[in-house]
Design a protein around this ligand. Structure first.
Ligand code: NAD
Length: 327
């Protein structure tokens, strides 16, 4: 065993992949989440199904001097969940409660450092109006103007983790993830994000079929494959750099280009029907200057390589559960 690790949010998309990675590295791992991973069993040595909004739960799971703690638990989802405004109170309350509990209990237990997953959603909306030139360099976060309450809660929690560094000598580490995707992520039901939703729609469509796309499809984004996200995450926690730092891809595409790429992988001709829907900012891309300088590393895998693996997995899910895919 190389050490002990706690993964909060271990039933979620990134957390479940992280548990597998830490087990492969030789860690003893405890996972905590409201539920078990949806698509594969967790190799965690101990998996606690519990609610991290409860302080008693957090005191019970941080019961030893863990070498590494990853705080990924959050009330989150894709644009259909975080940009409609219908879930704002829950998103803010639930995620802030988790972060308040984790920081306070960890500090009292003498934990040295926690990794915290913030988001590109903290960047000011007014810097992301031009789809071709979005500004997401780390120090553009202030004056703050995120376009969602989800982003405001992330910004508050970044500051919370950093305040524990300042006042209690902790060494918490903050990453701002940009659109992470991959196999075993939510792909149906309303909380899925653009790459998974598009993979599902393309997998379900016939050749020469038509799929619905939210907006005009000219909004831009970059998408980071989950394995690269984990590489950046573990490197950051183990580095001497506190962040906040972007962990994202710099390969920016429009949503229309993303559809064409997935259609090409699927070997289909797909027509797009543009409809109204929740969109988020007009353009967003990771700026990887700082991560390159501080960690001597930046993501390098192509979007296509990650999409090929993701499409294959989602296509297998659609084939196995066509009724679920149509929900
Ligand atoms: P996810 O929704 O799949 O995982 C989050 C997990 O937290 C879920 O399994 C959920 O059950 C758990 N959780 C929520 N409330 C809880 C509670 N009260 N107690 C215990 N567990 C609780 O999301 P993800 O994509 O794996 O994201 C992980 C982290 O990274 C989140 O903090 C998210 O905000 C952040 N992030 C993700 C992306 C992305 O593109 N996936 C982008 C930016 C930031």
């Amino acid at each position: 065993m190389v050490g002990t690790a706690l993964v909060c949010g271990a039933g979620g998309f990134i957390g479940s992949h992280l548990v597998k990675r830490l087990k492969d590295e030789g860690f003893w791992v405890r996972g905590v989440d409201l539920s078990l991973p949806a698509y594969s069993s967790s190799p965690a040595d101990d998996f606690v199904v519990a609610d991290l909004r409860e302080r008693d739960v957090v005191e019970a799971v941080i019961d030893r001097p863990f070498d590494e703690i990853y705080q990924l638990a959050a009330d989150m989802g894709g644009a259909g969940y975080i940009f409609t405004g219908e879930h704002d109170a829950d998103i803010m309350h639930n995620s802030a409660a988790i972060n308040l509990n984790v920081t306070s209990v960890a500090q009292r237990r003498g934990i040295a450092r926690i990794f915290y997953s913030s988001s590109a959603c903290i960047y000011p909306a007014h810097n992301q109006l031009d789809p071709d030139n979005p500004l997401c360099v780390e120090d553009s976060a202030y004056p703050a103007a995120p376009d969602s309450e989800y982003g405001w809660e992330k910004l508050f929690s970044e500051r919370l983790f950093l305040a524990y560094n300042r006042n209690y000598g902790m060494q918490n580490r903050i990453a701002r993830y940009h659109n992470v995707f991959g196999p075993e992520g939510t792909w149906t039901g309303g909380k899925e994000k653009a790459p998974a939703a598009i993979c599902r729609k393309v997998a379900m469509a016939a050749n020469h079929g038509t799929i619905d796309i939210w907006g005009d499809g000219q909004q831009t984004r970059s998408f980071l494959y989950v394995d690269e996200c984990l590489e950046g995450t573990t490197r950051l926690l183990r580095s001497s750099f506190e962040g906040p730092v972007n962990i994202g891809s710099e390969e920016m595409v429009s949503i229309n280009q993303l559809v064409d790429l997935v259609a090409d992988i699927a070997g289909k001709t797909i027509h797009k029907n543009h409809i109204a829907g929740p969109l988020g900012v007009r353009g967003r891309n990771s700026d990887n200057t700082l991560v390159g300088e501080q960690l001597g590393w930046k993501p390098s895998q192509t979007l296509r390589a990650g999409l090929e693996k993701t499409f294959a997995w989602i296509e297998s899910q659609v084939d196995a559960a066509p009724a679920k895919a149509a929900e």
